[in-house]
Structure formats: C-alpha cells, structure tokens
Design a protein around this ligand. Structure first.
Ligand SMILES: *Cc1c(COP(=O)(O)O)cnc(C)c1O
Length: 309
C-alpha cells in the first residue's frame, strides 16, 4: 500500500497561525498596540519558525530520494529537536551533529534525550571541527564518521546549523505575507537570522521588520544580507537589528529577564520560551518605553517557539 501523498510533508499545520492582540498597559500607555503572532501553535512537535524552515527542506529531502537528513546544533538546539520530531513523523532517518565532544561522556540532557527518543542518531564533534563544518573536507569526514559500519553508505541530505538555507529562508516569506495587513512593525528574535531574512521579504511596503539577536557579536547583519542574496538574488524588505537585548549571549539569561518572562506568562497566559522569545518581548517593551514607536503603532511579536523540555 502506498501512503497518501500530500503537498505538505507534515500533516495538519495550523496555518496561517493566529494573530492575537494582547492587553498590556505597559504598551498601551505609550499608544502602542502589541500583537502576538502565534507561530508556536503551528504544530505541536515542530513549533514556530522551525516548522516554516524545516517543511521545505523535508519536502526537498524526500523529493531528492534521500532517506536520511543530517544537521547540526548545540546541546540545547530547538532545531535539532524539531528535526528529530520531523524524522519520526515522516519515517526519515535523522543524524544530529552536536557541538562539544565532551558531551559524549555525559548523560544526555532532556533536549538531546528527546532527540534520541525520536530516533535521531547523535554524533558529537569537538568545537574546532564544529566551527569548520561548512568546509567540504570537514563535512566529508563527518559523513564518513556517521556512515553505518555495515551496509551501504548513505548520503544524507544536509541542512545547515539552525536550518537556515535558501529553502528555509523562502519558507519564512509566508510569515511576512500572513502579517501584511496586521502590523506596522514586526519583531522577531534572531539566531541565524534566517527567519528575519524571509519574513522581511514577505512584508508589504511601509511595514518593517525588527530583529533582536540573541547572540553577541554584531555579525548578523552581514549574514542576513548573504541569506537574502542567496534566496532572492538581492536584499529584500525593510529590516534592521537592535543588538542590545542578548543578555550576555546565546543561552544566557538574567534574573530580570526570567522575572519579565514569568510575569508576561502570568499576565497573558502564553508560554514564553526563555532564550529567544523572552529577549524579543523584553526588547520590544524597552523600545516602547524609549519612545521608539510613535503612538498608534501596531507592533507584532513573532512567538517563534515554545519553552524547552
Ligand atoms: C531557532 C529559533 C529562533 C531563531 O531563528 P533563526 O531563523 O535562526 O534566526 C528564534 N526563536 C526560537 C524559539 C527558535 O527556536
């Protein structure tokens, strides 16, 4: 029996995702209307931008006849977890190349344990190798290392760290389209910037996207320009970054950020992912208090994910 085919490789995404106004006097006071773009509700196993970025890559994997998808991430990567879940749902093999050789010696954290439970094979590499993973010779070495010891070698479909390749960036254009009538400014937390690159391309003239990087470093603007050039042939849309809200870098939080996130959850009943979404909302509130948005501005915050296990 052949399984039913569907243009969408993952069944039942909730798209377009809902846009919900929230009643928050800290924004109201400045005449700003805050909206939540609930991408966290798209799919229970692949929430948020991970669905938007993975779906086109999963379609490409199966269309090209690959049975296995290989990708990269850190010890707490939402992207690795989403990829593992997708593999389970679609019956695809998944291999996660994890940054940090030393992790191989330790009990798996909850996030990686979840990946393994979903059938992902993990391959730990040292930080130097991880940094060089885009180098073809390094990638070839990794592929040899993960090949099954017996049986035919497999050629996995390779998705870069964070899932941000051309297909993923194009997949995020729909996020912009869905927000075309809804907002004046759209805020999104950025890791690799792939989501912002696609989102900005999908917005209408007069709308702008505002990225809040969660990594330190100030290199993201160039990477987003490159992602847009690769996906669309040119820079697209009106977007900018505000680099002030990373709280010390990736995976870092401050007591003030955690208190803010908890308070936001209590006020509005929306689960707030701490490493990206909390930083975004905190950044948008700070900007509102600084008067960055004229009265009457509709600011949509993209809720790009759900709290980690
Ligand atoms: C992965 C992730 C991001 C970052 O997306 P990029 O496209 O890499 O910028 C933002 N928010 C959440 C919740 C994520 O899991």
């Amino acid at each position: 029996m052949t399984p039913p085919t569907s243009p969408n490789p993952l069944p039942h995404p909730r798209l377009p995702s809902p846009v919900e106004p929230v009643d928050d006097d800290r924004f109201h006071r400045h005449g700003v209307r805050l909206l939540l773009k609930r991408d966290d509700l798209i799919h229970p196993d692949l929430p948020g931008n991970k669905w938007r970025k993975l779906a086109p890559n999963l379609a490409a994997t199966t269309a090209a006849g690959h049975r296995t998808l290989l990708t990269f991430g850190g010890a707490y990567s939402n992207h690795l977890r989403a990829t593992a879940a997708a593999g389970r749902l679609l019956g695809l093999g998944t291999i996660g190349v994890v940054r940090g050789q030393e992790l191989a010696e330790r009990p798996l954290n909850a996030s990686l344990a979840r990946c393994v439970a979903d059938g992902m094979r993990l391959h730990f590499v040292d930080r130097a190798t991880y940094r060089e993973k885009r180098d073809p010779a390094t990638l070839a070495r990794i592929l040899r290392a993960v090949a099954p010891p017996d049986g035919p070698p497999e050629t996995p479909y390779v998705v870069p760290e964070g899932g941000s390749n051309t297909a993923a960036v194009r997949g995020c254009v729909a996020l912009g389209h869905e927000l075309r009538q809804a907002a004046d400014v759209v805020g999104v937390a950025c890791g690799t910037g792939g989501t912002l690159a696609g989102l900005a391309a999908g917005l209408a003239a007069g709308q702008r996207a505002l990225g809040i990087p969660v990594l330190r470093g100030g290199f993201l603007g160039d990477e987003i320009r490159t992602l847009q050039e690769e996906a669309f042939g040119a820079r697209r849309g009106d977007w900018s970054l505000d680099e002030r809200f990373h709280c010390g870098g990736y995976g870092r939080t401050t007591p003030a950020l955690l208190a803010f996130a908890e308070d936001f959850e209590q006020r509005h009943g929306v689960p707030i992912e701490r490493l990206y979404v909390a930083k975004l909302l905190h950044g948008l509130l700070t900007l509102t208090e600084e008067g960055a948005f004229p009265p009457g501005t509709r600011v949509a915050a993209v809720i790009t994910g759900t709290p980690s296990p």
